[in-house]
Design a protein around this ligand. Structure first.
Ligand code: BMA
Length: 333
C-alpha cells in the first residue's frame, strides 16, 4: 500500500465513511452542496475553489461569479472546512512594492498550495487587457497581503496547478494550454521554473482521449498533486462532448516522483461524473470540476472540493491509498 509523504495530520477534516453498498472509490458528502446560490451579496455563485488548512482552521480562495457573470477571487475562512465565511470584497492583489495591481477582467479556478513557508495562489487570469486567458500567480504569507507575480505563460492557458514542493530544485506546474473560447481540445503539460517568474522546459504529460470517449474532448489538472511514497497522485478533470454539450467528470493519474511528465498509470474511466441534481442542473449543467483537496496523512482520508454545475461548491470523499491501487489496477496506459 502506498503512503502519503510530506503530508499533514488533519484528524478533524470533513469526513464521512463510505456508504454501505457503494462500489465506487469516491462518494459524495451527504449534506452537499456546501455552498449554495448567492453566497455573498456581490456574488451569484461560488464554485471551482481552493481550500487549505491554516492556523487553527481552514482558509479558502473562492471563485465567485458576480451578478455581471464575471468571476473574481474572494478570501474565506472556516473552522470546520464545511461552513464558510467569505469576504464580500474581492481580493485586491498588490505588486512587490505593495501598490495595488490593475484589476483583470476575470480571475477564476484558483488553486492554493504551500511550498516551503509560502502560500501560492494560481488561477486563470486575463492576460493584461486582452481578454485572453493565462495563468496568474500570487504569493502570500498571511492571507492578508497577496503579492501578484508575473503571469506564467503567453495566452492561451487555463488551469495552472503547482506541485507542493520543488522537484530537482525547480518549481513545477501542471497546466492546460487552450484557446480563448470554450476550448474544444486540451491536453496536460508540465512546466518548470527556477524562480516562479520564468517558466520553461515544457513537456507533454498526457493527451485527452487515451482512456476512452469519456475523456475524449479535453483533460486538465485538478487539485494540487498529493505526494505518495511511490508516485504523485493527481486528480484530473476529463471532458466528453455529447449531443447536449460538454460534460465534466474526474479521474486519477499517477505521475513519476522525479519526472512528473512520466505517467505511471491512468484511470480508464470516470470516478465521479455529474449525476446529482446540483451537478446536472445550474448555471452550466453537467459539471463536476475538482480544484482542491484536504488529506489526512495519517489515515489517507481525502476530501475533494469540486465545483458543481458552475454554481455550487460540493465535497466528495475517498482514501488516497485506494485511489492509487484503483488507478494501477484500472489503467488505460
Ligand atoms: C471550463 C472552465 C471552468 C468551468 C467549465 C465548465 O472551461 O471555465 O471554470 O467550470 O469550463 O463551464
Amino acid at each position: 500500500m502506498s503512503k502519503v509523504v510530506n503530508g499533514v495530520s488533519l484528524p478533524d477534516m470533513p469526513w464521512e465513511e463510505k456508504p454501505a453498498g457503494c462500489t465506487k472509490q469516491l462518494w459524495r458528502y451527504s449534506a452537499n452542496p456546501i455552498i449554495d446560490w448567492n453566497p455573498i451579496p456581490d456574488g451569484a455563485r461560488a464554485f471551482n475553489s481552493a481550500v487549505v488548512p491554516y492556523g487553527d482552521g481552514y482558509v479558502g480562495v473562492f471563485r465567485i461569479d458576480h451578478h455581471n457573470a464575471m468571476p473574481q477571487l474572494h478570501f474565506g475562512t472556516s473552522a470546520n472546512a464545511v461552513d464558510w465565511d467569505i469576504n464580500n470584497d474581492a481580493i485586491q492583489f498588490v505588486d512587490e512594492d505593495g501598490n495595488p495591481m490593475p484589476r483583470s477582467a476575470y480571475y477564476y479556478d484558483p488553486r492554493v498550495v504551500k511550498i516551503e513557508d509560502t502560500y501560492y495562489v494560481t488561477w486563470c487570469n486575463e492576460f493584461a487587457g486582452t481578454m485572453s486567458p493565462t495563468i496568474g500567480i500570487a504569493k502570500t504569507d498571511d492571507f492578508k497581503t497577496f503579492v501578484q507575480l508575473e503571469n506564467a505563460y503567453l495566452p492561451f492557458n487555463r488551469n495552472g496547478v503547482l506541485f507542493p514542493r520543488k522537484i530537482n530544485g525547480e518549481f513545477v506546474m501542471l497546466n492546460r494550454p487552450s484557446d480563448d473560447g470554450h476550448t474544444p481540445f486540451g491536453d496536460m503539460y508540465v512546466s518548470r521554473s527556477p524562480d516562479m517568474t520564468f517558466w520553461g522546459k515544457h513537456r507533454l504529460v498526457m493527451k485527452s482521449g487515451v482512456g476512452g470517449w469519456w475523456e475524449g474532448t479535453k483533460i486538465g489538472p485538478g487539485p494540487v498533486p498529493i505526494e505518495m511514497d511511490d508516485c504523485w497522485l493527481v486528480i484530473y478533470h476529463a471532458v466528453i462532448n455529447n449531443c447536449n454539450g460538454f460534460v465534466y467528470s474526474m479521474s486519477t493519474v499517477l505521475l513519476d516522483l522525479d519526472d512528473p511528465s512520466k505517467v505511471l498509470a491512468r484511470g480508464n474511466q470516470a470516478l465521479l461524473s455529474p449525476e446529482k441534481d446540483y451537478e446536472t442542473t445550474g448555471f452550466v449543467p453537467n459539471v463536476t470540476f475538482p480544484c482542491a483537496t484536504l488529506c489526512d496523512a495519517d489515515t489517507g482520508r481525502l476530501a475533494i472540493y469540486y465545483g458543481a454545475a458552475d454554481t455550487y461548491t460540493a465535497l466528495a470523499f475517498g482514501k488516497v491509498q485506494d485511489l492509487v491501487e484503483w488507478t494501477k489496477a484500472n489503467s488505460s496506459v
